[in-house]
Design a protein around this ligand. Sequence first.
Ligand code: NAD
Length: 476
Amino acid sequence: METYMMSIGGQPVQAERTFGVVNPATGEVFARVPAGDTAHLDSAVAAARAAFPAWSRTPDADRQAAVHALAGVLERHMPELMDLVTRETGKPLGGLNGVGAGMEVGGAIAWTHVTADLSLPVEVIQDNEQARVEVHRKPLGVVGSITPWNWPLMIAIWHVMPALRAGNTVVLKPSELTPVATLRFVELASGVLPPGVLNVISAERDAGVGEAMATHPGIDKIVFTGSTPTGRRIMAAAAGNLKRLTLELGGNDAGIVLPDANPEALAARLFGVGFHNNGQTCACLKRLYVHDSLYEPLCQALARLARDAVVGDGLQADTQLGPVQNARQRDYVHALVEDARAQGARVLSGGQLPEGAGYFYPPTVLADVRDGMRVVDEEQFGPVLPVIRYSDIDEVIARANDNPNGLGGSLWSSDPARAAALAPRLECGSVWINEHGAIQPDAPFGGVKQSGIGVEFGRYGLEEYTTIQTVKIMKS
Ligand code: NAD
């Protein structure tokens, strides 16, 4: 069994102990990683601080080239990284609608190239006989990145690449459940970046490394993707040195199918955006509101797709949906389904805990579900889709908005212009028409309300890794 290493100051680092990483398809440990601690964090922050002056002064074109070179590293090691992502997350190599480890590593490559090509030129606000006023973007210093288990490598790339591109140095802490592909990537990146520019620490949950990052005086910004409760704790802990924050937190995205939609034409797409990666994506469709006139045919079409989906070990070529990433999450999803069933929901597919090894759960479509049931009100983050009936558009928009989350939302219609006209009424950071969760590296993405603070991707995302300096040059 392979043991992976942390990278601190450009060197591979082992800890006194290691811990096992479980393959959720088998329930067995497949790799070991160092059990890092807060002393490792202090070393990593010191290495990142030491590397910052030179990296931040590196000519922009050289930093751009370095980020493109990191994309090259990902490209050259794509099969190995895909294999690690599948083993640690359970997501298939291919997956439903091509959403799997191939998309995770391929997406990481694409995001890296696009981010490398971004730039933040000096903006001239005024240039006349009195004065010239320029707005410069400067890096912040050391960025601490904390990532979740659902898209571990891709989300690490989303944090690291804009941070480096803007001239910051980074200390990265992956989820204790899925650290392997990230450790391997940073090890490979050491061949491209100067020592200390990118450091990574693996740690068990109770080692307190995440908490220590949030309070660390040597870290200038935290970029965090994970649950809303953890985001709240980080925000409180980060107050000590007024850390800058980007928080990408939970979502409970609603989709609204308008009465003019064609249920047969939409069913497969709706199923895909609700169930790919087993629903373990922040911006998956998590609540589907369907107009009364289409309700029953659409529910039945979704249930048929759920029953036909191929669930299995993600390493097998034809698997569409793998296991849930961990036992706790699987049990939570099942508890939500049981709660809904007890309150009168119709279980049209799935809903049973399977026997055998691994954390599998069948794709589950629930009908006759109401707002107020836990499976609707809470973020399930698993392979279950509650389908909720509505009859009035004003009422359904109010119901979609009646949730503390505000990550994404979607409207489904045969008349995209009619649907787009309703978009401003949804309280969420992204609205998709006849799509859901369709992010791209050049368009900003982030949550409103309790789904987060700030955005990622494109120029807007890059700006979050900088501070503004205004320079006024008097001419007379
Ligand atoms: P989590 O909050 O349990 O853990 C995320 C990370 O935070 C892990 O690395 C963990 O070790 C660390 N952590 C835990 N407690 C901490 C603390 N007190 N201080 C600092 N770090 C701490 O989240 P998870 O279960 O890994 O991920 C699932 C959640 O992430 C879901 O709610 C999902 O919606 C959300 N998510 C959001 C986005 C987005 O872009 N908005 C993307 C993916 C996932």
